[in-house]
Ligand binder design. Structure first.
Ligand SMILES: [Mg+2]
Length: 407
C-alpha cells in the first residue's frame, strides 16, 4: 500500500486530520492502522500559535492518539532553523503566541517585549493580540537592521465564521512598511519540510495535505511525492487550475492504505503506441490516428510491462484551442484518482502551450468532467476548427464540454 512505499508520512492537520473542531472520520480509522504498521508519522502545521503539546492535546480530545513529539509546528521549525544557523546568543522581538515564544526560548533566543531600540531578530507568527503598537515596533526594529523571520505566510486563518487575518497578513503590514524580504519557514517554503526531514531522518517522505499551493507545491519544491486529499480546502476543479500537481489524489486520508499507483505523467514514446492503444481499446475509446497524436499523449506507469500503462490522456492543439481526448485508466486501478491527474496533466500541457480554452467530447463521462470544472456547451458554439475536426466527426452523439484554462 501507499504508506509502505515511503519512509515517513508528513501529515498536514487542518483539512486532513480535523476540520475546525471535528475530526475527519477517515483519520480516526486510518491513524491507528498506520500505527499498527509502524509507519513514521509527523503532523505538520503552519500554525505557530500552539505548542506541540497543545496540538497533541487537541488531537487526543478528538479521539486521535498523539504525543507532542509527533507534531512539528512552524514555530518549532523556526527555532530549528535558528539552531542550525547556530549564531549564539540572539535577541528577538516576537509578534506571536505561546507556540513561537516557547520554541524560541527553547533554543536560547532572548525575547524582548515592549518597545526595544534594537533586536537581532523580528519573528512574526499568528498573534490574536497583535496591535498597531506591536506592528510599529516590529517595523522600526527591521528598519534598524533586525532580520525579519516569519513562521509562515498564510494570508488567512479559516475560522468557523469566515477568514481571519493570518500570520501572512500581519507580516504584510511589516513588509509593506519596510520593504524587507522575510525568511519564511512554513509551507510552501522549505524550512518546515527540512526540519521534518531532520526530525524523522526521512529521505523519502510522502507529504499529505489538503492545499495545492502549500502542501503539494511545497513538496514538489523539495522533490518529494505528495497526496492531495479532498477532505479540506482543495476541490477537484482546483487541480486543473494548479501548476503543481500531486503524485496522488484521494477523497481523504484513507488513500494511504490503498494500492494507489503514482500519477507521474510524462510524454509517451514511440515504443508506447501499442500500450496506449491497448489501454484505449480496453476503455472502449477510439484509437485511430494515435500515431499522429503521440506528441500530445501523456502516460503514467508502464515500468511493469506485464500490467501495461496505468493511465493516459491526450491534448491536441486545434486552431489555437486545446482538445482533450483519450482519457483512460487501466480497469483494475480505476477510482483511485488517476483519471483526475491525467486530465489535470493534460490541461497543464494546454497551459504550457498558452492555450486558454480546452474542449472535449464525451459519451460516458460528463459527470466526471463536470466535477473537474468542465461545462457542457452547445456543439454549435465550438470554434470552427474543432467542430470540423476528426474528433467531432468520430463522436456525433457525444456531449461537448469546455474549460477556460487559468494562466
Ligand atoms: Mg490543511
Amino acid at each position: 500500500m501507499l504508506a509502505e512505499r515511503y519512509d515517513a508520512l508528513f501529515i498536514d492537520l487542518d483539512g486532513v486530520v480535523y476540520r475546525g473542531d471535528q475530526a475527519v472520520p477517515a483519520a480516526l480509522r486510518v491513524l491507528p492502522e498506520l500505527r499498527r504498521l509502524d509507519t513514521t508519522i509527523l503532523f505538520l502545521t503552519n500554525n505557530s500559535a500552539r505548542t506541540p503539546e497543545q496540538v497533541a492535546q487537541k488531537l487526543q480530545g478528538l479521539g486521535i492518539e498523539a504525543v507532542g513529539t509527533e507534531v512539528l509546528t512552524s514555530a518549532l521549525a523556526t527555532a530549528a532553523l535558528l539552531r542550525r544557523e547556530g549564531a549564539g546568543e540572539r535577541t528577538a522581538f516576537v509578534i506571536g503566541e505561546r507556540g513561537i515564544r516557547e520554541a524560541l526560548e527553547g533554543v536560547g533566543v532572548t525575547l524582548v517585549d515592549g518597545q526595544p531600540d534594537r533586536t537581532d531578530l523580528v519573528v512574526v507568527g499568528w498573534d490574536r493580540s497583535a496591535d498597531y503598537s506591536k506592528l510599529r515596533t516590529a517595523s522600526l526594529l527591521v528598519e534598524r537592521g533586525a532580520r525579519l523571520i516569519a513562521t509562515n505566510a498564510d494570508a488567512s486563518y479559516p475560522a468557523p465564521d469566515g477568514l481571519w487575518p493570518g500570520a501572512g497578513a500581519l507580516l504584510a503590514a511589516i513588509t509593506t512598511t519596510t520593504g524587507a524580504q522575510p525568511t519564511v519557514v512554513g509551507k510552501p517554503a522549505g524550512p518546515l519540510f527540512e526540519a521534518a526531514a531532520e526530525a524523522t531522518g526521512a529521505t523519502r517522505p510522502l507529504v499529505v495535505g489538503d492545499r495545492l499551493e502549500t502542501d503539494v507545491g511545497g513538496a514538489a519544491e523539495m522533490g518529494w511525492d505528495s497526496l492531495l486529499v479532498l477532505s479540506g480546502a482543495a476541490r477537484r476543479a482546483d487541480l486543473l487550475a494548479s501548476r503543481a500537481l500531486p503524485t496522488y489524489v484521494g477523497e481523504d486520508l484513507s488513500a494511504v492504505l490503498d494500492e494507489r499507483p503514482p500519477g507521474r505523467f510524462r510524454r509517451a514514446t514511440e515504443r508506447e503506441v501499442e500500450p496506449v492503444r491497448a489501454l484505449l481499446e480496453i476503455s472502449s475509446l477510439r484509437s485511430g490516428g494515435l500515431d499522429r497524436r503521440l506528441a500530445g499523449t501523456l502516460v503514467a506507469g508502464g515500468s511493469d510491462e506485464a500490467s501495461g500503462l496505468d493511465a493516459t490522456a491526450c491534448l491536441e492543439s486545434v486552431g489555437g484551442f486545446g482538445l482533450l481526448r483519450s482519457v483512460a485508466v487501466r480497469p483494475d486501478v480505476r477510482g483511485r484518482g488517476l483519471g483526475m491527474l491525467a486530465t489535470a496533466a493534460a490541461v497543464g500541457e494546454a497551459r504550457t502551450r498558452g492555450l486558454t480554452r480546452v474542449f472535449l467530447f464525451t459519451e460516458a463521462a460528463e459527470g466526471f468532467f463536470k466535477g473537474l470544472g468542465f461545462s457542457v456547451i452547445d456543439r454549435e458554439s465550438l470554434p470552427g476548427a474543432v467542430r470540423a475536426g476528426d474528433a467531432a466527426a468520430e463522436c456525433p452523439s457525444a456531449v461537448t464540454m469546455a474549460l477556460d484554462v487559468s494562466p
